[in-house]
Design a protein around this ligand. Structure first.
Ligand SMILES: Cc1cc2nc3c(=O)[nH]c(=O)nc-3n(C[C@H](O)[C@H](O)[C@H](O)COP(=O)(O)OP(=O)(O)OC[C@H]3O[C@@H](n4cnc5c(N)ncnc54)[C@H](O)[C@@H]3O)c2cc1C
Length: 225
């Protein structure tokens, strides 16, 4: 955990670790691969404009509910015969879930984990500015997931197991003007020698985009010397 980032004449000084045992670390260069909110806090003194711009990036909180069903409960259900990998639900549908992933159909290792008797699938809940999903209890989230899954696929059997995982603030939201915002962030960051940023807040939230932004950060540092 990095708590503070400063620059002196020879490089960066990072304050790291728990507050009760904070320590200093020196670095020649720093790539901030953290979400926009901590990046904004860490950049407050080094790059105040970038810090302010990053603090304006909103996020959505997401919940993933995984359900395990008896394989026999899916027999005869055309939606769940393994030929589809899932579905998306537009907000206009008025449902709690926003997507379903038929994990057993999508990934062989998930299918293998079920051993032939059990199949796993997962539902995603939580849209931008709708924090109800992350605040709901596990029981509510499972009930909503089962209800909406039933409407989408006809599967009404009771799951044999369930798991709820919350990702508070997990997905940055790209508002109108995001590209200009990020260009301005990078412009100020580039004026601090040895500093770069990357991650889901910049050029795309998918893992490939995050990796590409990491390559770009390193290339920018190298180009800057
Ligand atoms: C539920 C869900 C499902 C998704 N599914 C997919 C998918 O199927 N395919 C896909 O391509 N993408 C998917 N994504 C998007 C993708 O997973 C993320 O956008 C991506 O992993 C973000 O990577 P990152 O490195 O930017 O951020 P993170 O993985 O969030 O890493 C940031 C790290 O910074 C650390 N950190 C924070 N503050 C500090 C600090 N002060 N000091 C030190 N460390 C700090 C955090 O602990 C964290 O480890 C999904 C996202 C979610 C939430």
């Amino acid at each position: 955990m990095v708590r503070e980032l400063r620059r002196d004449r020879t490089g960066f000084v990072l304050t790291v670790g728990p507050t009760v045992a904070a320590r200093r670390m020196r670095a020649d260069a720093v790539v901030l691969a953290v979400p926009a909110a901590p990046a904004s806090r860490l950049l407050a003194e080094l790059a105040p404009r970038a810090s302010a711009l990053l603090s304006g990036i909103e996020t959505a909180s997401v919940v993933v509910v995984t359900l395990a069903f008896r394989a026999s409960d899916l027999v005869g259900n055309d939606n769940l015969d393994g030929s589809l990998s899932g579905f998306l639900v537009p907000p206009s549908e008025g449902r709690r879930i926003k997507a379903g992933t038929f994990s057993f159909a999508k990934w062989e290792w998930v299918r293998d984990a079920g051993g032939g008797d059990v199949v796993h699938l997962r539902l995603s809940l939580g849209r931008h500015r709708q924090e109800a999903a992350v605040r709901a209890s596990d029981e509510e989230l499972v009930a909503w997931s089962r209800h909406d899954l039933g409407l989408a696929t006809g599967l009404t059997a009771a799951p044999v197991a369930s798991h709820v995982q919350r990702w508070g603030g997990g997905l940055p939201q790209y508002a109108v003007g995001h590209l200009d915002r990020i260009a301005a962030v990078r412009a100020e960051i580039a004026s601090v020698p040895g500093l770069a940023v990357c991650g889901a807040s910049y050029d795309g939230v998918g893992v490939p985009a995050c990796i590409a932004s990491a390559h770009r950060a390193v290339a920018d540092l190298r180009a800057g010397g």
